[in-house]
Ligand binder design. Structure first.
Ligand code: PLP
Length: 466
């Protein structure tokens, strides 16, 4: 403890960076990967998607970023840098209070991305995607949103640049989170519960599954169709894609700068993983060091036991959406038809995982673990009470594992340095917190039987054995 007291005078509770220390370029981890993530495939021809094909769906600049496996640094345009300055740099916090509560010799830090109205890291990519759409002279963008953070972030970004924003929101969230919807409308977005009758694929899904409360995969299909049937629109996605991970590297780059200031070297880096964008963004600079043979870190992806893409999925080409209109991506997947059980409370419900992270996991560069939601909320509440931030359920997956690792240090006496991503706040997740507080939250881990239909629906073709 003597060490820690003297250290307390040295390392502040919050390590803030100066405005000039916000990165001026994103870091493209793919440039340092020997095994590149597999390219997206055209589902019709099974050939890699060309830039021309992708330009029908995404903005030109974003297509270039999506396909760029070579350039390690991609400059951040001035306009995006100015927007970042409104809410960045985000603090790297030393969790002294949590350490004290746990009585652990571990040193715990978290990078807090919840300090903007979207309440999450998603704004980092939303503003970039809206900027490129505007620059290309488009009228608007379409997207899907699950828990609502992405839709909110994109609405903010579109309203800033004067773009139209059409959001397909998974029906169960639309109904459970009316206030989220209202924030989006405040920023002038049009929000439609999905599946809806406004698209062909929505009508088809409704006919096949009357009463369905929707899924991300289904909302993606509707958003893509809405884009394809409107002149001057493009589709944007809040996670999974290479371009999104790229934009999110502002998180990791700032974290690295802050740690370097105080010569702090992490032993373990932890992040929650839905589609993988915050985790990919946080770990990229560190994973780059591992890949270049400069450093060693343990990197842990945390996912819900009820949606275990990494820990129980297969590594294969699969559809990114339920309607099978999107390109095929090679990733850890539960199958595009997978829908988490109804009692699954918060986020991280996508069936697949970022191709970049999937490749890193396949190559043993990162680890993954899954946790059950009652244990997640227990960690969330413990954290909220000592650190003063009410965390998003998604972020709380990382908190759970950070606490578990810190408790292991308590047993062994090791003074490990743990860094985790606190991706957002949970103010719109009070239905889930209410369930937990009432003791009504339960866990459901899918059986192998439950997962089988998802795997059976993954396309089979030569080279896609799993
Ligand atoms: C969207 C979201 C996540 C999960 O998405 P990733 O792309 O895996 O980062 C995690 N936390 C919060 C607060 C989110 O909004």
């Amino acid at each position: 403890m003597v060490n820690k007291v003297s250290e307390k005078t040295k390392i502040p509770y919050k390590i803030y960076l100066d405005e000039q220390e916000i990165p001026s370029a994103w870091y493209n981890l793919r440039a340092d990967m020997k095994n590149k993530p597999a390219p997206l495939l055209n589902p019709g021809t099974l050939q890699p998607m060309t830039a021309e094909e992708l330009k029908g769906v995404f903005c030109d600049e974003l297509v270039a970023q999506e396909l760029d496996d070579v350039n390690a640094y991609i400059p951040i345009p001035e306009e995006i840098q100015s927007f970042y300055k409104m809410y960045r740099p985000s603090p790297l916090v030393r969790a002294y209070c949590l350490e004290e509560k746990l009585q652990t010799p571990a040193r715990i830090y978290y990078k807090f991305e919840g300090n903007n109205t979207s309440g999450s890291h998603k704004l980092n990519s939303a503003i970039a995607q809206a900027y490129y759409a505007k620059k290309q002279g488009l009228k608007g963008v379409t997207t899907e949103t699950g828990a609502g953070q992405w839709g909110t972030a994109l609405s903010m970004a579109c309203s800033y640049f004067g773009l139209d924003c059409l959001v397909y929101m998974v029906k169960v969230s639309y109904e459970q989170k009316p206030f989220r919807r209202e924030v989006m409308r405040t920023y002038r977005a049009t929000v439609t519960p999905s599946p809806s009758t406004t698209t062909e694929i929505g009508r088809k899904i409704l006919a096949e599954h009357p009463g369905t409360t929707g899924s991300l995969g289904c909302a993606i299909s509707e958003a893509v169709e809405a884009e394809a049937t409107r002149e001057g629109y493009r589709y944007v996605l809040g996670s999974v894609l290479n371009q999104v991970l790229l934009h999110q590297t502002v998180i990791g780059l700032e974290t690295k700068t802050a740690l370097d200031k105080y010569n702090i070297v992490p032993d373990i880096i932890i992040g929650c993983a839905g589609g993988g964008s915050n985790l990919g963004g946080l770990i990229s600079p560190f994973a780059g060091e591992i890949l270049r043979g400069e450093k060693k870190y343990r990197i842990i992806a945390v996912e819900p036991a009820s949606c275990p893409s990494f820990t129980r999925g297969v590594f294969a080409y699969d559809f990114c959406d339920t309607g099978k209109v999107c390109p095929l991506a090679k990733m850890y997947t539960l199958g595009s038809g997978f829908i988490p059980s109804a009692n699954h409370a918060g986020g991280l419900r996508y069936h697949g995982m970022s191709p970049v992270l999937s490749q890193l996991y396949h190559d043993g560069i990162i680890e993954a673990t899954s946790v059950e939601q009652t244990a997640v909320f227990q960690a969330a509440v413990e954290f909220a009470r000592v650190e003063g931030i009410l965390p998003a359920p998604e972020s709380s997956h990382a908190i759970r594992v950070a606490i578990d690792e810190a408790l292991k240090c308590k047993e062994t006496g090791e003074e490990k340095t743990i860094v985790f991503g606190l991706t957002g706040t949970g103010y719109f997740d009070m239905v889930a917190y209410e369930k937990y507080n009432n003791g009504e939250m339960s866990d459901y881990i899918p059986t192998d039987e439950d997962l089988k239909p998802g795997f059976d629906a993954i396309p089979r073709f030569p080279g896609n054995e799993f």
